[in-house]
Design a protein around this ligand. Structure first.
Ligand code: G3I
Length: 332
């Protein structure tokens, strides 16, 4: 959609962009943070525009799918790194940091993982996967989502095929640390941005891991929300602050903002822009928040494409949300 369709604000924004405002990655660097996007590596090859915008605007990349267990180890002991390698090579070429996503998750596991393994078999499986994957990218992947979404919406630990190993969580972090002592290791989850039972459970889990000496460096807040979200309303700044006090680095890891409701499109886009802006402000005001990552960047390839949740439209035109991030990064 051309920019003028976003109304007067869009028009002024377009003029501002034309006056060569620096790309987001440059503005973010001045503020001491990285700005990232989730990537599907096949598009880097198939769609030049996708690769161009990604390289120009973002200083960090994360694999949307290709570094998940089911993508990397489709049959036991057989690893396929082709797509992941493509992303790592692209990132290095364009001086982008990389978040590895993800080592232990109850979703996107290959079928063979549901094989009723014994405790010692699962011990070997977990160790082989983490050593092989983290070891392959040693020194090249700066941050790993070691454990993803282990706490359910009921604020309790989810059931997973890893459960036969009661200490799988801490074991995963220790294995990752051994495989690459330089990489920063994260716990990542959604629906935990604000104060509430789920974030409380995650806080208690991470606090207890820290107390046990488990090597965990940070926590990722995904921020999959809609245009009605308000970080103030849910107490996001206070929530991040208590995790910061545990000594953890904080990343916004998967932000996208769905358009919902029946208002005119221009209003919905403004509301969406405001949500991006407010969450970025929370990150910028929290000294331990170092990374702000979106779950994709163009609406053309979002996992929720129908609700246009990203900052470029499906023709790579910047939306009001793009300009809101640009402005916010420039504010003192
Ligand atoms: O790769 C196959 C393709 O071969 C097949 O033809 C096609 C048919 O459906 O499916 C393709 O796999 C899909 C995959 O995305 C790659 O496009 C899966 O069906 C689909 O389920 C998968 O969805 C991903 C989802 O995780 C899986 O749960 C989304 O793209 C991805 O955005 C989403 O990402 C998660 C994060 O990892 C964790 N946090 C939440 C976030 C959103 O759900």
């Amino acid at each position: 959609m051309p920019l003028w369709r976003y109304g007067v604000v869009g028009l002024f924004a377009a003029i501002a962009l034309a006056q060569s405002a620096p790309p987001l990655r440059e503005l973010a660097e001045r503020r001491g943070i990285l700005i990232g996007a989730a990537v599907e590596p096949n598009l880097l090859v198939e769609e030049p525009r996708y690769a161009q915008v990604l390289a120009r605007e973002f200083s960090l990349v994360v694999a949307e799918n290709v570094m998940k267990w089911g993508a990397l180890q489709t049959s036991r002991g057989q690893f396929n790194f082709a797509a992941a390698d493509l992303l790592v090579d692209f990132a290095q070429k364009h001086k982008q940091a990389i978040r590895g996503h993800t080592l232990v998750w109850h979703q996107q596991l290959p079928r063979w993982m549901y094989g009723n393994f014994s405790r010692s078999e699962m011990e070997a499986i977990l160790a082989e996967h983490i050593r092989t994957v983290v070891g392959r990218y040693k020194g090249r992947i700066a941050y790993w989502d070691v454990v993803n979404e282990a706490i359910g919406d009921d604020a309790r630990l989810r059931a997973t095929p890893f459960d036969v190993l009661p200490d799988y969580l801490e074991r995963a972090f220790r294995l990752a640390r051994q495989a690459d002592p330089q990489a920063k290791l994260f716990y990542n989850d959604y629906g935990a941005e604000g104060l509430g039972p789920k974030s409380e459970a995650i806080y208690n889990l991470l606090k207890s891991l820290k107390e046990k000496g488990v090597p965990i460096d940070g926590v990722g807040f995904q921020v999959h929300v809609d245009q009605g979200f308000s970080p103030q309303r849910v107490g996001m700044a206070e929530n991040l602050e208590r995790f910061a006090r545990l000594g953890l680095e904080i990343h916004i890891t998967e932000m996208d903002v769905r358009l919902v409701g029946g208002q005119p499109q221009a209003e919905r886009l403004e509301a969406q822009a405001r949500v991006y802006q407010e969450v970025l402000q929370v990150c910028l005001r929290q000294p331990r928040c170092k990374v702000f990552t979106l779950w994709g960047f163009t609406d053309a390839y979002s996992w929720r494409a129908a609700s246009e949740p990203l900052i470029f439209d499906d023709r790579y035109q910047p939306k009001p949300a793009y300009f809101a991030l640009q402005r916010t990064l420039q504010q003192p």
